[in-house]
Design a binder for this molecule. Structure first.
Ligand code: ZN
Ligand code: ZN
Length: 355
């Protein structure tokens, strides 16, 4: 059993168990990617169940817990629990569907199902603090992202479509060694850049555009997340003012962000700069989020977030200003929190670049 599973096992009584079905959580405990599977975690024992398609690969890759072929994950898990006299089974409330829960209740054979927030809370408590090995993968993912930024800059030419830029960037990063992209890339130009999560389209880059690119890589199951906004040829005084304000907000947050603060305090560091400049209403999203196996995970740097940031967490710092129908700017780095500050894992230049 690996240390992660052991730590989770410790949280159960002898007559309790958990069935972990979601892909990111299974990945966390087994380091094995598959579209089907379940980790059955008991007090002193754990088993990985998966179907015929994955069992051969699982037997070679999951070496610290036994693997068992199963074409009916829930039913087989219940049978194992009954054989051991276990009466209580925790499930993941954040990912379980209503229909699954309904079906599981019919098949639970007297085992009590607990689908409240307890299990997910315990799992996310573990996942949010990153080990050295996890940080190393995220550093590699971010290095590929920085490399992608250097590659695409001279290729942001007038007349190219957003879609074409996004595809070029993705192909390059995958050829350089990314296992996959971390999420669907955002390339938003001109007036489209005022939409924080714009989808790359047929709009062609024009002189005077801001181009916001939000992208990242996946390496060995772990993701990176970065945003840069650059200008095509020239910028107006107002564009420059907005860019400088976002950059100042981001740098102010990076200067002071550390473990021990609440998510709200972290958010505040960036937000107050934007509010003081008069753009408070144009910054409608939170300042940052945790990254890891998922691109968005705990903790959140957000207004009203009272959760304490911890040493070893990796979060983004990504303030933005969005002026509807005109233009927007976002600048995003990924940082690793320490007791007295943070380590910026992002190396790309963020001074205003005119290409
Ligand atoms: Zn991003
Ligand atoms: Zn992000």
């Amino acid at each position: 059993m690996n240390e992660r599973i052991k730590a989770l096992c410790k949280t159960f009584a002898a007559n309790e168990a958990a069935l972990i079905l979601s892909a990111p959580n299974r990945r966390y405990y087994t380091a094995f990617d598959s579209s089907n599977g379940a980790v059955l975690v008991m007090k002193d024992e754990a088993v990985f169940l998966t179907d015929f398609r994955y069992i051969e690969a699982a037997n070679t890759k999951v070496d610290d817990i036994p693997c068992k072929e199963s074409s009916a994950l829930f039913k087989d898990a219940i049978a194992m629990l009954k054989a051991r006299g276990i009466r209580k089974l925790y499930l993941e409330n954040e990912t379980l569907t209503v229909s699954e829960l309904h079906r599981f209740k019919q098949q639970s054979d007297g085992v009590e199902l607990i689908a409240d927030e307890i299990l997910c809370k315990r799992i996310f408590e573990q996942r949010r603090v990153k080990s050295e090995a996890e940080v190393a993968r995220m550093r590699r993912a971010q290095a590929l992202t920085d490399d992608g930024f250097s590659y695409i800059l001279p290729r942001l030419t007038v007349g190219r479509t957003e879609k074409d830029v996004a595809l070029d960037l993705e192909m390059y990063m995958r050829r350089q060694g990314a296992d996959a992209v971390a999420f669907d890339f955002i390339v938003a130009s001109g007036e489209n850049s005022s939409m924080p999560h714009a989808v790359p389209g047929e709009r062609r880059l024009q002189k005077g555009d801001f181009v916001t690119m939000d992208f990242g890589a996946t390496v060995d199951g772990y993701r990176s997340d970065m945003t840069r906004t650059v200008a095509i040829g020239e910028v107006s005084d107002e564009q420059k003012l907005v860019y400088d304000t976002v950059l100042k907000a981001q740098m102010t947050c990076l200067d002071s962000l550390k473990a021990g603060m609440t998510g709200e305090e972290g958010d505040r560091l960036a937000r107050q700069v934007i509010e003081q400049a008069g753009y408070g209403k144009a910054f409608g999203h939170s300042t940052g989020h945790g990254v890891g196996i998922d691109v968005h995970e705990k903790p959140h740097l957000a207004p009203r977030s009272q959760e304490l940031l911890r040493v070893g967490e990796i979060v983004t710092v990504e303030p933005g200003i969005y002026l509807e129908g005109r233009f927007g700017v976002r600048i995003e780095d990924m940082v690793w929190l320490t007791a007295d500050g943070n380590v910026d894992l992002t190396a790309s230049d963020k001074r205003l670049i005119l290409v």
